[in-house]
Write a protein that binds this ligand. Sequence first.
Ligand code: F6R
Length: 265
Amino acid sequence: MEIIVLPTAEDVAVRAAAIVREQLASAIAGDATASGILGLATGSSPLGLYRELAKARRSGLLDLTGAHGFALDEYVGLPAGHPQSYREVLTREVCDPLGLDPANLHVPDGSGRTLDELDAAAATYDDSIQELGGIDVQILGIGSNGHIGFNEPGSSLSSRTRVKRLSDRTRLDNARFFARPEDVPTHCVTQGLGTILEARALVLVAKGLGKAAAVAAAVEGPLSASCPASVLQWHPRAWVVVDEAAATGLRNREYYAEAAAGLDG
Ligand code: F6R
């Protein structure tokens, strides 16, 4: 795991976007038929990263023609076209600015009326990721309670895409996107931690003091279902890119800076 601490959220966006581009390029290098498969987080954390990728596209440094995108999660029960449904958010923030064909945007289906329906669609979604060859680079944010995707504390470390109940903390954190707190859905369909671990590279971004405890637990705490983001410790190619505020709880910052300097450090 590589931990990169940078002065500002803008620096985080620039560096994380560069890592995503490099990992995507190396994943498709040498295969003329591959266009890349991105795993897409929503929420506010990756917005700067997406803006940087859009800039790269305008400069000719990124071409997502033919690429596919897989969302991490979707709310259950929002009507189709709801502006806060993750399909809509990703269409706005990723498809349009980055040139990802909306037909190649895959989002878990949260429209099922029963648990059986939702679970069946979740399993199909999980399978479809592997059928297209697996995710090359998964972009992640982290919840203030340590969740990734919507794998709330207590999630199995080997879980697959499935229905989850959102914790009160997450619903409160996400209330800012809705007119009233009670409008935040109670359930979601999320890629599981086992699903996320199958991506070939993981890039987690975090900014702000509100994420400091979660980042510290994920990076320096035990590998534990109590902090789902700690599964990144188990992945062979994971980057955690955070700003100063989100790094406040890290004890080994000096070492991370030295390690990031490579053989010259
Ligand atoms: C959303 C997702 C969540 C968010 C997390 C942080 O697709 O997977 O794990 O990344 O809740 O949200 P923000 O970035 O809004 O603080």
